[in-house]
Every structure is written in C-alpha cells, then in structure tokens.
Design a protein around this ligand. Structure first.
Ligand SMILES: [Zn+2]
Ligand SMILES: [Zn+2]
Length: 355
C-alpha cells in the first residue's frame, strides 16, 4: 500500500527542492463544483500527483477544489491530461505565476475541508452561483478610474498591507469570514453604487460577489482570476498596473512583486519595507515584515526572547517545546493575533527594561 501522506522532515525536503535540477512551474486553479466524496478523491489525487512529482497545497470539499501547485514542466501535459479525466475539473482555467522559478512548494498536501473557502455564511437562502460580473485587466483599469466606483480588497490585512489597488478599502481582518460583515457594514447605504472587488486568485470574490448581490447590492463586479491573472494580463498587454506593490501568496515565495512601490514599513524599525518573513525561532514562526538590517540585528527573529531561544542547541529547544504549556504565557501565542504583533511596541518595552 502506497503511503498517502509525506513523512519526511521538512528541512530535508526543502534542501532537496533547492538542489533539484528539473524546471517547475507554479500554477493555481479552483472550481466550485459538487464533489460528493472528497475523501476518496483526495486519496486518488494524492497517489496520481505524487507519481508526477507534483507539490502544492490543495483543499477539497463538497463545494469544490482550491489548488496551489508546483508542477514539473516535463510532467505538465501528463498532469493536465490526468486532471481532465475528471468531469469535475474538465478544462479548469489555470493561473500561472509571473514571478519566481516554480520552487513554491516542497511537498504535496491535500486536505479535505468543510468548505474550500471558510466564509461563515449559514444563510440557507444564499445561492453562491449568482456571482457578480467578471472584469478583465483592461475593464478593471477603466472602471477604477471612475471616482464614483467603490474599490474593495477582499483579502486579509497582512495581504493588503504590502500591496493593493489605489483607493481600495482594505478590511482590518485576519480571515475572510471576519471580512464579509465588515465590508457589508462599510458599504451600508451604498447599495446602488458600482462595486469593484478583487482578491488573490478570484476564489474569494466568486463567493463575496454573490453574497453582496444577495445582500442587495446591484452592480457588483470582480477582477477575473484575481491579482495573479491581472499581473499576467498587464505584462502581456503592456498595460499600466494600478495594483501597487506585492501580491502576497501562500507559498514559499510569500509574495510576487508586481510593481516597485513599497507600501508598508518594517515592523521593528519602521523604515519602508515590504519583506514578509517567518520568525527563525521554529517554535514561534510568526509572520511579520522585517528589513534586512533588522534581520541581521535580530538574527531573523521577532523579539529578543525568540533570539535567545533560536540560539540554543536544537536539543534544548526541543526540551523547551516539550515543557511548554500550549498557548501558555511563555509561548508567543500570547499575542492577541499571531498575525499582527506590535513588534515596535514590544521592542521598545524590552529596551526600556534593559536600560
Ligand atoms: Zn527594520
Ligand atoms: Zn518569534
């Protein structure tokens, strides 16, 4: 019986990926389609895609598939052919990344979930198939020039922090489900206005646009294929990018640079920077923005406590982890949200304690 999960250490896998000689491409695709037995399908796909040496992160649910993948170029045709043997995925449109060398994932993970996008919607009258109007890059650019339109970023705050469209309303939310009510609230009384929304690859807007129409908004438009496809069209057609900065992506690359604009600042020293990193203390792994100077000063860590822990021998780090109460005070999860630490404040306090 073939193994249906990957059990090799992540550092070994990462090293293997870096040393690999073959070329890969990063693609994403999704489809809302009724899948009655996602668990069985999951195992089939895992076996087939392992044989094709594909990596990535894929979510399956009764409502469809959402996939981010790294596929070897010489297996691309075989991959597409196999995918098309399933009626669910026939001729599914692929979005190709514009940036990077395809080394976006180092293993294959396929998970079965309740929904492919957790939306928190429990309204039985909501019909997600009644989506808004799709706009391509040319149409979106034209529409955004009209100051009467309302531009909505349907992503989380750490995504819009490093890149966004001009004039966009960016919800201060950590998750998509938190965002929907926030945006609805923000748009109260503007049901007749023209709404332009966008997200990373289009999957969130597909649902959000239908939800907004359900809530009485009359003219709901969304960017077809999201920022990923927009970037591709801008490049191919030589258009001006009205999206500025970095398109945050959920893989090893963390971001795809779309324009040279830097919209955010280093969370530690405050100078302009849009480099997302994970804290080098493996027990923390906090996602934050850190400039190269601060990286050197802090050894890639988020706080002095993490610098101290990351410098300990591996064995001692393991012991610390074992003894730790999950979410206990000594663990960095004390932040209200792991995704929005106020590191500048924490560092200030820490320095004042020392002086
Ligand atoms: Zn800095
Ligand atoms: Zn840390």
């Amino acid at each position: 019986m073939a193994l249906l999960v990957n059990r090799i250490d992540k550092n070994v896998l990462k090293k293997r990926l870096q040393e690999e000689k073959i070329k890969r491409k990063t693609v994403s695709f999704y489809r809302y389609v009724s899948i009655p037995k996602p668990k069985e399908l999951r195992d089939e796909l895992f076996l087939a895609w392992s044989q094709l040496n594909c990596f990535g992160r894929i979510y399956l649910a009764n409502e469809g598939i959402n996939a981010q993948m790294s596929v070897p170029e010489d297996q691309w045709e075989a991959f597409v052919k196999h995918l098309n043997t399933y009626s669910y995925f026939k001729d599914v449109p692929f979005k190709h990344a514009v940036d990077g060398n395809g080394k976006s994932f180092y293993k294959l993970i396929i998970k079965v979930r309740n929904k492919i996008v957790a939306d928190g919607i429990n309204d039985p009258d909501f019909d997600p198939s009644k989506t808004g109007t799709y706009l391509n890059a040319v149409e979106f650019n034209k529409a955004i020039e009209d100051e009467n339109t309302i531009v909505i970023d349907m992503r989380n705050h750490y995504e819009s922090e490093v890149g966004r469209f001009d004039r966009a309303f960016c919800p201060d939310a950590d998750t998509f489900r938190e965002e929907l009510p926030q945006v609805i609230n923000h748009l109260k009384g503007k049901e007749d206005k023209k709404i332009l929304m966008y997200c990373t690859g289009g999957i969130r807007c597909e649902k959000a646009s239908a939800y907004f129409r359900h809530k009485g908004f009359k003219d709901v438009n969304h960017l077809h294929g999201g920022i990923i496809q927009y970037a591709q069209e801008i490049k191919e057609q030589g258009l001006e990018s009205k999206f500025k900065g970095i398109n945050f992506v959920f893989d090893e690359r963390i971001g795809e640079r779309i324009t040279q604009d830097v919209l955010s600042t280093c969370h530690q020293c405050g100078k302009p920077c849009d480099r997302h990193v994970n804290c080098k203390n493996d027990d923390c792994h906090l996602l934050f923005i850190q400039c190269e100077d601060c990286e050197k000063k802090m050894n890639g860590c988020c706080t002095p406590e993490c610098v101290r822990i990351a410098a300990l021998p591996i064995e001692e780090q393991r012991q610390l982890r074992k003894g730790r109460v999950k979410n206990g005070p000594e663990c960095l999860s004390v932040y209200k949200s792991r995704l929005r630490p106020n590191l500048a404040e924490i560092l200030k306090k820490d320095l004042s304690l020392r002086s």
